[in-house]
Design a protein around this ligand. Sequence first.
Ligand code: NAP
Length: 274
Amino acid sequence: MEFKELVKGVKIPVIGMGTFGIGGEMSPDTSHDKECIAALRRGIELGMTHIDTAEMYAAGHSEEVVGKAIRPFDRGKLFITSKVWRTNLKYNDLLNAAKRSLKRLEIEQMDLYLVHWHNPDIPLKETMRGMEYLLEQELTRFIGVSNFSVEEMKEAQSYLDKAKIVNNQVEYSLMRREPEKELLPFCQKNEIMLTAYSPLGHGALVKKKIPLLDALAKKYNKTSVQIALNWLLSKDWVITIPKASNIKHVEENFGAVGWKLSKEDMEKLDKLVI
Ligand code: NAP
């Protein structure tokens, strides 16, 4: 596995595992738990030890599946991220939501806790004070945000006394390039990790025929999926979290690390319009 430095002395795998759809989507569905647990465990064995989940996924069941999947592993070797949903952003609601997530995950502390989406009906100041309290209580090691613009990130940071927002998780892939305009340069300048979610376009990138990806896959003896993920990981301050619910996909995604696209091929992909 390759790592990037989240903050000084703390490394995070460049490729982790997403879990939206694991344990159900909007409500719990236990019918595929066994395969999903096996897929997550295979990923951890391979070094994809960053697992991303959220209280909203499968109404909490996704966190329960992650909790079961990680049970046999050394907690210290894992990096667990979860997120608080936009309706739970008042101070006390936030604390209670974090405690419920920890219980479902069967862990004492999260590595990273994110505000899933900004909610304009709840003062961001109250939310960020709550996030800082979670840090003080050691219920999470780091805090961050998701789906925040540069302006929202600056505002959120301004309400924190000592803590730093270390991460913004946003949609970023060969199909969704918006972060490149403002957000990614801001994160790079301020040393904030950007986690690229839906790196495979929620699966759409896999289904689409994209001649440049096919040609590069042939050239590097990799798959189109591996080319698309490697392109993301080659960007400074970017990590990613593809979701895969079967072992074959997990193994393929893992093959996106350990090699490099040439500068010219990176440039071709940078210019690709899908
Ligand atoms: P994604 O990772 O871009 O795509 C997932 C889809 O691609 C699944 O259908 C999966 O199928 C398929 N897939 C994965 N690896 C594959 C492979 N090697 N070959 C062929 N198909 C493959 O989409 P995503 O789930 O939307 O995003 C990833 C994670 O980001 C989520 O799970 C979640 O943790 C996070 N996320 C966060 C937010 C947010 O608001 N913060 C929003 C969306 C997503 P199988 O399941 O069958 O393997």
